[in-house]
Design a protein around this ligand. Structure first.
Ligand code: HEC
Ligand code: HEC
Length: 331
């Protein structure tokens, strides 16, 4: 009798542990909700992310190209910068970007803080200088007070600006996708076709590059393993950073979280549909031609990766005043 009770209780431990173990064996892990360390810093970072006065024109904010109403992208092949400048490369989403091993397609910024200084001073993006950015912020009493409260100093510098923006970006994660619910044990969260799509995704080898919580973002890989990728884009990926021949056309594997929202695809933004992107990936990266039905199932699976989008109240920004440097929208 005692023996039987023991066996029964061991069995029930087994059943309770099973769903957890199942997700631990998968190549993709669920996204966890953000746990902001410093709410006030996040709030300031959010204001800066939405403030177009961080640009020369006074018109372009981080949100212009990483629109948080549109999955953190601009849904354009390449972005539009200062003076309607045609950008050279597709804007990746800022959603879940804190999970990337490095930032940018070629990984040239090691983290979000280092990244955030780039676009402000990039002549083809916000076209400002870090000095003028600081002058603008310093002229506005509410910003001065917020920086002082957080950093304890009367001065503002670009380091503080990028710290705050990075803190806000760390909160831009998208948990609770249907796929994550399935990973956590809710077997009814996916349809049969979606599940078959996931099996194809795994078994055909997509997960050798697209894995981990972000379903990507964890390595640099060659684009064009079995056949070269034909593109008019001049981007050469990691080669631009290391100068090593072996790094030519090595790009950071993009996250596939929210990929349904982040079209068009690839670093040149040339593929407008997921069907096309999956076809190209199968052929170029795996040497495999999917049937129409297989392609549709993989696409159905990819759409289950859309998570809960950050729900944001638009920040109300303090006004400029007589001391604030004026924007230069043209020229
Ligand atoms: C004019 C459009 C534009 C503006 C404005 C802009 N970005 Fe970007 N952003 C891009 C493009 C294009 C890339 C990709 C560049 C590359 O990889 O070479 C990028 C890359 C990034 C990345 C890297 C994502 C990844 O997966 O590698 C982050 C994070 C980011 N931007 C945040 C910001 C922040 C913060 C601001 C405001 C300070 C900002 N961006 C302003 C267009 C823009
Ligand atoms: C050998 C590594 C590798 C394999 C295998 C691989 N991918 Fe990719 N994937 C990449 C890289 C690198 C990119 C970025 C290419 C670029 O635009 O420079 C990418 C981009 C994508 C994109 C576009 C994402 C975006 O935001 O632009 C999709 C969708 C995608 N892959 C799906 C898949 C699917 C589905 C499979 C399996 C059929 C697969 N990948 C297999 C490395 C890989």
């Amino acid at each position: 009798m005692i023996m039987r009770a023991l066996i029964v209780s061991l069995l029930s431990i087994g059943t309770i542990a099973a769903p957890l173990a199942a997700s631990a064996n998968e190549p993709i892990q669920p996204i966890e909700a953000a746990k902001p360390k410093n709410e006030k810093m996040v709030k300031l970072g959010k204001m800066l992310f939405f403030d177009p006065r961080l640009s020369k024109s006074g018109f372009i904010s981080c949100n212009s190209c990483h629109n948080l109403s549109l999955g953190g992208t601009d849904n354009l092949p390449t972005s539009i910068g200062h003076n309607w400048f045609q950008g050279p490369i597709n804007a990746p989403t800022v959603l879940n970007s804190s999970l990337n091993l490095a930032q940018f397609w070629d990984g040239r910024a090691k983290d979000l803080k280092e990244q955030a200084g780039g676009p402000i001073a990039n002549p083809g993006e916000m076209a400002f200088t870090h000095e003028l950015t600081v002058d603008v912020l310093r002229s506005i009493p509410e910003y001065r007070a917020r920086f002082k409260e957080l950093f304890g100093a009367d001065k503002i510098n670009i380091d503080m600006v990028t710290d705050a923006i990075a803190a806000f970006e760390e909160t831009l994660v998208t948990p609770d996708s249907r796929f994550d619910k399935w990973l956590k044990g809710d077997k009814s969260a996916l349809t049969q076709a979606e599940l078959e799509g996931y099996k194809l995704f795994k078994e055909s080898g997509c997960t050798s590059c697209h894995n981990g919580p972000a379903v990507g973002g964890a390595s640099f890989q060659k684009f064009g393993v079995h056949e070269p990728y034909k593109t008019a884009s001049k981007a050469e990926g990691r080669f631009g950073v290391t100068g090593k021949d072996a790094d030519r056309f090595m790009f950071k594997v993009p996250t596939l979280r929210n990929v349904e929202l982040t079209y068009p695809y690839f670093h040149d933004g040339a593929a407008w549909t997921l069907e096309e992107a999956v076809e190209i990936m199968g052929r170029l990266q795996l040497g495999r031609k999917f049937s129409k039905d297989e392609n549709a199932k993989i696409v159905a699976f990819l759409k289950t990766l859309t998570g809960k989008q950050p729900e944001l109240k638009l920040p109300i920004l303090p006004p400029s005043n007589n001391e604030t440097p004026r924007p230069k929208p043209f020229g």
